[in-house]
Structure formats: structure tokens, C-alpha cells
Write a protein that binds this ligand. Sequence first.
Ligand SMILES: [Fe+2]
Length: 224
Amino acid sequence: MKILCIADHIDPLVHSVNAKDRFKDVDFVLSAGDLPMDYLGFVASTLNKSVFFVFGNHNLKHVELFRRGFSALRSGMDAAHLTRNRFGSTYIGGRCIKTRSGLLIAGMGGSINYNNGENQFSDAQMAWKLLRLIPRLLLNKLFYGRFLDIFLTHSPPYGINDLPEDPCHRGFKPFLWFMRLFSPRYLLHGHVHLYNSNDTRVSRYEHTQIVNVYDHYVLTIEGV
Ligand SMILES: [Fe+2]
């Protein structure tokens, strides 16, 4: 299985009339945030694949639209039109989904709080958001034998692929215990821009491979 992962920057290789041919063998698309929704719409329609995404700390014009729609859906209102068919993309912030191919994916957007801006959180706030995912993860374990396959975030974990000395680009500490407890196969994130080939893109923590998907990255998962 191949997954096209994108984040942070409109990549000319993806935002191209040749994208359909270049990425014809990907099964679906994951966006790790900070991208304009128009770009996600372009990717969804050009590749004709599902796009799942979280928001980052920039390009938040449509964040309330998706959050409102999801809340309404939760409360039983017929609000599917609010969360689906918007830019051909599905928002998975703060929730866990199972794809048609059976992959379990949880999303968690936002960055560390550095100037009280929108979609910025303290470590304590992020820990609370992670706790709210746990009931679904336990059900996954019960029904599918594993908690989670992919954890899609905007921010990296603290101390891994992040810039701990930079208040804007420090990762979240709670992501560390979350990985230790629930062993996702992959944590895919953005937020930290990669400017040269020596910058770290792939790291490992316990049982999790952590990938900075800045620009674009094609993740190949064997055996799915
Ligand atoms: Fe960001």
C-alpha cells in the first residue's frame, strides 16, 4: 500500500497536471496540516483519491467549518454535508477512523502554544485531547487486535524531529507516552520545515516510525 503524505508547503510535484500520473499508485492521501484547503481540493480531484487531514497552526480559515460540522454530526444532527464533500477532504482531527483498506488512523492537529494563536495548545491541553481518543483505541484493540496503525499529527513529538530550543517548533511531550502506550506503526507529522537533504525526515521511538512529511512523502506499507 502506498500513501501520499503532504504538509506545510505546496509542492510543485504534487500541485501539477502530471500529479495524476506521478502518484497513480497511491491508495489515499494524508495531509499533516498548514496547507490551504484549495490545495487539498486540487489533490483530491486530480488524484481522485480520498484525502484525510488535520489542521496545523496556519491556514486555519476553514477550521471552524469542519469542527462545527463534526460536532453537529456527533450530536446526531444530519450534518454530513458539513464534514464531507468539502474540498473533497475529510477532517480527522481528534478522532480515529478505519479506512476501506482496514488501516486505523487517528488525527491530532495543532502545535505547541507559542503566542496564544488559534490551534495552539499546551502539553496539558494536548494530553487531555489524547485521553479523549483512548476509548476508541481500546475498542480498536478489542475488535482488530491493535490500537492504531497511523497517528497523523501536525506537530512532531518532543525531542524527535522537532526544534526543542525554538518556542514555535518544540514538539509535544504527551505524544511520547501516547506512542509508548499505543504503539502506532507510524507517526506522520509536519510543522518543521526541511530545507536541505541533511535534515532529519525519519526517526524511530519504541515501536513507532516517525516521519516528517513536509512537502510530500510517499509512505509504503508492506503487507497491507
Ligand atoms: Fe505548523
